[in-house]
Design a protein around this ligand. Structure first.
Ligand code: NAD
Length: 246
């Protein structure tokens, strides 16, 4: 994979999938801006990347806060001159059956998982277009493709990301900026550790490969989509799920 002195911003880089993506890109020589709500976690990831010989800074930004994202993006663009790769990965779940789902849980999931991508892509995507090179990867979920009982808010946000990405791909294509979706199935992270043992067992039975994926499974594919070699791939959804959503 070729990366020519690129800078990437990864949201939710403090742990789990976002951390693995940040580390994978950094290992390929990409400069990293690690964003998370929690300053300690993204700070630790940036420090580890730097200690390993890479280049990374950390920024604590709540991605669900649109004006804060736009202000932070403007500052970062001044500081880094250009940001070539944007990974919208930060996400939360607030699960519950629709009949009992509060409007607050609906709104917080939509704002964190979907509106965040709107604000970051709007702020950083246009400078990419002016620069005639860019990569946007939005981390969705198989829940956005198949639906999932108990996740009306989450599956709506993740499905929304797919439509959003396809539109961004069409709007940015002539400027050599690609936009794609990675839709993980069940990946071993703190997010899925919240599922009780019984649910984890039932889910595993449903996965043709009979196991959860690892964060690196997502990171490798995401890095490829950000490389020079992926320059003709845009508007696509890559499910990485052990065969679940075939
Ligand atoms: P995680 O909970 O382990 O990590 C999420 C990260 O996002 C954390 O660093 C957290 O601080 C950050 N974050 C959350 N809310 C934020 C906010 N408002 N502002 C800034 N940062 C915020 O989750 P994960 O399992 O690594 O999942 C990463 C992404 O992949 C999410 O979008 C998730 O929906 C998606 N996904 C995960 C799985 C899975 O099985 N783990 C499956 C499908 C999709």
């Amino acid at each position: 994979m070729t990366f020519n002195d690129r800078t990437a911003l990864v949201t939710g880089a403090g742990r789990g999938i976002g951390k693995a993506i940040a580390e994978n890109l950094a290992a390929k020589g990409v400069k990293l801006i690690c964003v998370s709500k929690n300053p300690d976690s993204c700070g630790a990831v940036a420090d580890a990347i730097t200690a390993a010989g890479g280049s990374a800074v950390a920024r604590a930004i709540d991605v669900s806060d649109g004006p804060a994202v736009e202000a932070a993006a403007a500052d970062l663009l001044k500081e880094f001159k250009q940001i070539d790769i944007l990974i919208n990965n930060a996400g939360i779940t607030r699960d519950g059956l629709l009949a009992r789902m509060s409007e607050e849980d609906w709104n917080s999931v939509i704002q964190t998982n979907l509106s965040s991508a709107f604000h970051w892509t709007k702020a950083i995507g246009w400078p990419m277009c002016r620069n005639r090179w860019g990569r946007v990867v939005n981390i969705s979920s198989v829940s956005g493709i198949m639906g999932n009982a108990g996740q009306a808010n989450y599956s709506a946000a993740k499905a929304g990301l797919i439509g959003f990405t396809k539109t961004v791909a069409k709007e940015f294509a002539r400027r050599n900026v690609t936009a794609n979706v990675v839709a993980p199935g069940f990946i071993q992270t703190d997010m899925t550790a919240e599922l009780n043992e019984e649910v984890q067992k039932a889910v595993t039975e449903f996965i043709p490969m009979r196991r959860f994926g690892q964060v690196d499974d997502i990171a490798h594919a995401t890095s490829f989509l950000c490389s020079e070699e992926a320059s003709y791939i845009t508007g696509q959804v890559f499910t990485i799920d052990g065969g679940m959503a075939m």
